[in-house]
Each structure stands twice: as C-alpha cells, then as structure tokens.
Write a protein that binds this ligand. Sequence first.
Ligand code: 13P
Length: 362
Amino acid sequence: APAELDERIRVAKATLGERVVVLGHFYQRDEVVRHADFVGDSFQLAQATRSRPNAEAIVFCGVHFMAETADLLSGPDQAVILPNLAAGCSMADMADIDSVTECWEQLTELYGTEPDADGRVPVIPVTYMNSSAALKGFCGENGGIVCTSSNAETVLEWAFERGQRVLFFPDQHLGRNTAKAMGIPLERMPMWNPTRPLGGNTAPELDSAQVILWHGFCSVHKRFTVDQIAAARQTHPGVRVIVHPECPMPVVDAADEYGSTDYIRRAIAAAPAGSTFAIGTEINLVQRLAAEHPEHTIFCLDPVVCPCSTMYRIHAGYLAWVLDALVGTAERPAAVLNRITVADDVADHARLALERMLAALP
Ligand code: 13P
C-alpha cells in the first residue's frame, strides 16, 4: 500500500542518514520526489552528484544516462544506484556509438582535419546529456563537449570558438531550436542520415553546414503541436505558453518562451498571482507545479496525459527496495544491487566532456 511504502522509505532513509543521498528528476512521480534530498533538472542533478562527497551511495531517481553521469562525477568509492534498471531513455538510444563513429569518419573524410586560419578545427562533436557514456566519451576524445537543455546555447558558443561547425546529437530538436536562436539559418543545419550508404551524405548542404543534426527526438515532447497552442490561446486569452526545447521547432516558435524543466519551474514561481500557463513538457512536472501554485492556472498543452514512460518506471516500491538493501549492507556498498558503473575505457574521456561543460558555464 502507498502509505506503507512511504513509511518504509522514511525509516530506511532515517537509518541510513548521511550514508545515502537520494536525487530526483523533476519528471519523477510525487511518491518518489517527496523523498529526494535534491530535486532538479538534469544539469542541477549532475551538480548535486557532488553535494555529499561522504555519502556511500547516490540513489538516482531518474533515467540511466543520468545515473551514468552521476557515476562519472561522483567519488570513486561512491556507488550510484538506479532503483529500476529498465529506466532508460528512448532518445538516448537513438544515437549509438557505431553509427556516430561512422558519421564522424565520413565527416573527417569530407572536411579533413586541418584547422582554419583562426585555429578552429573542422568539426566539434556536441552531445546532449541524454546520451550514453560511450558517446560522452567519444566527445571527450574528439575535442567535444556535453550540453543540457539549460546551457545548450553557451555550449554551442564554446564549440564555435573552437570549431568551424558542430555535429550535434542525439536530439535534433534541441540542436535546431538552439542553433536557430543563435541566428543560424535552417539551410545551414542539415540532418545527418545514417541510413544512406557510405559517402551518401556528401550532399551540397554539408558544404555550408554549421550544425549537423542527428535524427533523435523525445517521444513525449514530439507530441506537442502548434494546434494545441492555438487552442490554449483561444480558451485562455492571455495565457503564457512555455515549452521544453525538445519540442519541434514550429512549437517552440509558436510558444512565448522555452527552457529546461527548471526554467519552467522558475518562470512560474516568479509570475504575479493569477497568471495562466500552458506548459509543453512531461505531465508529472506540470501537475506538481499546478498543485504547488494554486494562485495560478497551470495546465499541460497536451490534453492526453503524456508521462515519460521510462522516468515512470521508478516507483516507490523500487526506491524502498534499494534503500532496504543498503540498510542491510554494513560495508561500503560496492557490490550492492542495481549499481551503475561506467566502463574504464570510456570513463576518463566522458568525464572530460562533462568537465568541459561545467567549465564553460558562467
Ligand atoms: P532537463 O531536466 O534538462 O530540462 O531535461 C530533462 C530531460 O531529460 C528531458 O529529456
């Protein structure tokens, strides 16, 4: 029963004390979020990973790539635990290391490896946080960097100082929306097509490319439409429409603002009482914001409920299970269940790409 699970989690956390830190992404269910020591967007959670260096275990209530990132940024003796190993990310799975490596080889063939007169290399790879550690490692190894939805523009500026163009993966929408906001014309953002035969991407548009986009997308944010925004404006005149930058470009263009999950949270918190918001992001966050802000009217743009099905796989039962297991472990939980570790052969390069992001921010 939910109340029993809630109590089990409270007791286990109280018993563990400083031995454990629980991190929760904004998209997690309320039954999970209420037990988190830190709740945040993906960038804030990466930072929070370093908040309790003495904790033996970091229980990450989020998805697999976030737990991998936590493993990369945490201390060597800290165990990162993902309560349900099936919590992946379909967007992250849309870029695999073999396809990206093949793309990279073709781009190297096309553009060469010589820097230009300003010392900028032909291509800088930029991966969205929503990607495997292997891809972060690929970026670290090849002069590239990681970004999240809260810092994509700053990271692209970093990349353009060092490179003539960018290969951006896996999310085409975040790449396109960010590059467009920076004034890059659409015709200079061709999409890489990994299904074409070798050499098949040497189309004329690659000659003038500034950002080469991968074909990945988020199946939750892809659902939002311009029609939904028009309907919201009709039924709620004066509504503020805020969407996540993983939404398709026409949706971002039709919205009033866009930003990361934390941007959305802060915009709502700062608004004068009585404001109305239509939000284009995952439903758990939208519903929680609506409950936390009874002074506003807040609703999801998509009338059909749209949870992130993989975030949803962490439920209170799994959290109770891993915490109970930690209580039963007297030693440092090196071999404890559901531990996420990044393989040594990619960890150093992946950490380098993450550290470049952290250092690039003001
Ligand atoms: P942010 O928390 O960075 O906004 O994005 C969350 C996410 O993972 C969406 O896929």
